[in-house]
Design a protein. Structure first.
Length: 113
């Protein structure tokens, strides 16, 4: 099972990679899915403990699950930050074309109309 230490080390290694931003984002999202799966498993164990009236154990499982869901959210935020920091490129050599009529540009002044 992943611990907080291993999670932080994995995040650091992904950040330091010399890889395209999309690959880093995919690795962060894979890490997020793994954390969410572990959190779900711990929640299930907490529900089992709840049914057996083991309150202390139930609270520990639920607290650990909340931590793992927080790690999953952190990994998703990291992926979003990696993608937002990357310059957007259009593939296949396409680029935005200038408008024929400047009045149709999205940034055109609304007072001119």
């Amino acid at each position: 099972m992943l611990t907080e230490d291993k999670f932080l080390k994995n995040c650091q290694t992904i950040r330091e990679q010399e890889a395209p931003p999309i690959r880093k984002a995919r690795e962060f999202l894979a890490l997020s899915r793994k954390m969410r799966g572990l959190g779900t498993h711990l929640m299930d164990l907490g529900f089992r403990s709840h049914r057996q009236h083991q309150d202390r154990q139930k609270r520990r499982f639920w607290a650990a699950a909340a931590n793992f869901f927080g790690f999953a959210k952190t990994a998703r935020e990291e992926a979003q930050a990696v993608l937002n920091g990357a310059p957007a490129k259009l593939s296949f050599g396409y680029s935005p074309r200038p408008y024929a009529d400047p009045g149709w540009e999205p940034n055109a002044n609304a007072s001119d109309r």
